[in-house]
Design a protein around this ligand. Structure first.
Ligand code: SF4
Length: 62
């Protein structure tokens, strides 16, 4: 599964990185980014949890 974060939409709340720190991380510009562009196995469900936690739908999973 591919994980992408739209930095223009991200408001830097940190929810995704708090819920799924193996999948998302906060950068110096206080935006989230995907630690890995592809996830599989257990990380897929964590990626989904992080995505669901985003208040502005900045995370895209495909
Ligand atoms: S949950 Fe959404 S808005 Fe919050 S840091 Fe992650 S991508 Fe950005």
């Amino acid at each position: 599964m591919k994980v992408t974060v739209d930095k223009n939409t991200c408001i830097g709340c940190g929810a995704c990185a708090a819920i799924a720190p193996d999948v998302y991380e906060m950068t110096d510009d206080t935006k989230a980014e995907a630690k890995k562009s592809e996830v599989s196995g257990d990380e897929e469900s964590k990626a989904k949890e992080g995505c669901d936690s985003c208040p502005v739908n900045a995370i895209k999973l495909e």
